[in-house]
Design a protein around this ligand. Structure first.
Ligand SMILES: O=C(O)CCC(=O)C(=O)O
Ligand SMILES: [Fe+2]
Length: 232
């Protein structure tokens, strides 16, 4: 894993403000990517398994980790929280949203748990040929940290083709816009869970965001999802 201390927090903040998402190249090393993807077949590290077709979420499956999270996942979650909390606070202020976020993830989790959001939300996703993930928002209760992270564990073109991460943004009373996020193995993208502020001619407005994955055309694709709020 790349040391979180070496991340360019200013660049991430600028990218988030200007384009609504930020790519972190090589956040997870190849060996860790392969190892994490392999954990998918185990039962022990997880609290539940979701077959997406059953819920109308798409096709494919995912598993939520149970506590305690694997070290790598836990380190990423706590390490990434700190630089993102600043942006999260600024964004919520700009969007007139009430929630604010403490400096450390440990403090934030205490708030989640006190509010009844106690279940861990980091997850591993697995897609095979023909699978896809419908556009959605990862909201799990009242408390919502406005940014989340997805890391691509598989190698595009080699392990799979198709399966591109798509972000859409819907501006008030306007048509939606889609963006495909180019990721290599080990890259991560930081993106909004539900809303982001955008500067318009008449002030700041809220843009509604969704994310999903286009159809996998061949092979198998694994991702690690890191969401900072816990679930009800
Ligand atoms: O598989 C992906 O790239 C996106 C997964 C996802 O929906 C998430 O991490 O919340
Ligand atoms: Fe998601």
């Amino acid at each position: 894993m790349r040391s979180i201390e070496l991340l360019d927090g200013d660049q991430i903040e600028t990218d988030l403000d200007q384009q609504g998402y930020a790519i972190v190249k090589g956040l997870i090393g190849t060996e860790d990517c392969v190892n994490l993807a392999q954990i998918y077949d185990q039962d022990d590290p997880f609290r539940s398994r979701i077959l997406m077709a059953r819920h109308g979420f798409g096709q494919g499956e995912y598993k939520y980790f149970s506590y305690p999270l694997p070290d790598l996942v836990s380190d990423l979650r706590t390490g990434l929280y700190r630089p993102l909390a600043n942006t999260a606070n600024r964004w919520n202020a700009a969007m007139n949203m009430e929630q604010r976020f403490p400096e450390t993830h440990a403090e934030y989790l205490k708030l989640c748990h006190a509010a009844g959001q106690t279940k861990p939300t980091p997850l591993l996703l697995q897609y095979g040929v023909g699978d896809y993930n419908c556009l959605h928002q990862d909201v799990y209760g009242e408390l919502l940290f406005p940014l989340q992270v997805a890391c691509l564990l598989s190698k595009p073109a080699e392990d799979f083709t198709g399966g591109e991460l798509v972000l859409t943004e819907q501006r008030p009373r306007m048509q939606s816009r889609a963006e495909v996020v180019p990721l290599e193995q080990g890259d991560a993208v930081i993106f909004p869970v539900r809303n982001r502020p955008k500067q318009g001619t008449r002030g700041t407005y809220r843009v509604n965001m969704r994310h999903g994955v286009s159809k996998i055309r061949s092979g198998q694709r694994h991702t690690l999802g890191i969401i900072f709020h816990d679930a009800q």
